[in-house]
Write a protein that binds this ligand. Structure first.
Ligand SMILES: [Zn+2]
Length: 85
C-alpha cells in the first residue's frame, strides 16, 4: 500500500517539475541539432564547418516543449470559447 503511495507521489512530483520547467523556460534545445541550429560537417582538411541549417527547428536551435505546446493549445481554445461578450 505504501509502495503505491510512494509511486504516486514520485509521479506527481515529476509532473509538477515538468510543469514548472515548461512555465519557466518554454523552449528547449532542438534534439536534432542539440541547440546549434545547423549541422556540423568537416572539410577535406578535417576542419569543422557549418553544415546545412536544421530543418526541424528552422535554424533557431530551439523547439517548444510538449507541455507548453499543449498549454498554448488549451489556452487558445479556452480564450476562443470564453471571449464572447
Ligand atoms: Zn534543430
Amino acid at each position: 500500500m505504501s509502495l503505491a503511495l510512494l509511486a504516486i507521489t514520485l509521479m506527481l512530483g515529476a509532473t509538477l517539475c515538468y510543469v514548472a520547467v515548461c512555465a519557466a523556460s518554454p523552449f528547449g534545445n532542438c534534439r536534432k541539432c542539440r541547440g546549434m541550429g545547423h549541422a556540423l560537417k568537416h572539410d577535406r582538411k578535417g576542419r569543422l564547418k557549418r553544415g546545412k541549417d536544421c530543418r526541424r527547428c528552422h535554424a533557431t536551435g530551439k523547439r517548444i516543449r510538449v507541455g507548453r505546446w499543449l498549454y498554448n493549445r488549451w489556452a487558445r481554445i479556452f480564450r476562443a470559447g470564453t471571449d464572447t461578450p
